[in-house]
Ligand binder design. Sequence first.
Ligand SMILES: [Zn+2]
Length: 341
Amino acid sequence: MKIKIILLSLQIIILLFTKTSNSQEDFNYIEVSHNLYVITEISGGNVAFLVTKKGIVVVDAGSTPENGAKIVSIIKSVSNKPIKYLILTHFHGDHINGIVGFPRDVKIIAHQDLSKNNDLFNKKNLDNYINNVLPGYLVNLKLQMGLIENKESEEFISLKKDYETNLEYFEDIKNIKLREPDIAFENFYRFRIANERIMLEHPGPGHTNDNILVKFSNHNVIHMGDLIFNKMFPYTIEEHGVDIYTWVKILDDLYKENIYTVIPGHGEIGEKIILKEQSDYFKTLAQKIERLKKQNLSLDQIIAICDIMDHDLKGNEDQFKENIIVIYNQLTTSKVDWWNF
Ligand SMILES: [Zn+2]
């Protein structure tokens, strides 16, 4: 029973401190445009890097210090230019916890609220994770292992593997430390490096209140951070400032722009259509919830009626219920006309 409770805590916290059970796996990277690469996710968000004559620009830092160091080593295997800038798309740990793996002199760019959010949410969670959750989990695993007589059994081997992975993870996350951004902006930040133009925008709150998107203007490629979860259920956490209405507007506005390739925070890289798919998911769900709400159904009844199978998404299934709750609450409090897009 105790294990179950701890596992539940792990699930809640996993967004901020993603487990590295796959830490031994190799990362993959692909070139999505000339000199613009994406390291596809293993245990954190998708990381992009652009190689220019004057240095390298990276978007997002990976989920742990070890993860960040691995990202840097992959970048070094592609180019010996210095890493000049590290752009952080938002404050969630699976995008920023790898910062300490980066060179000390890299310039960090983020939204002005990222540090505040990190203090408010990440620090408390990290302390709790390091001081309580993970040590408790490890002690429990040890106890369970002690109860098994046959040390060759599958059950024992599986517990031992879990123990070793989490012990390694425990040591890794003790090194997590956010560095204050060198450049923090409110709405827009644009810069050039060599002949490349990089445009950063905070389009309003969507996934979080500090989410930014990164436009590689010479390439018509955009890194969306977690404003896109491609073909999976998006994370929606009310206390992190999620705003589905604005999120849909952001996606619909971007869909009109001249974009070829979309790098999502999570999931596979796609074409512009994935912006519309994410928007359509929210609209379809919101319209259904609004219809049921008008029939005076309670939130619990609505949750029971909404069918996850109506949506062609796989991954983060536990977020479907959260998506419904967030939309229901936003419909209740902001009285937005969801039909009027
Ligand atoms: Zn996120």
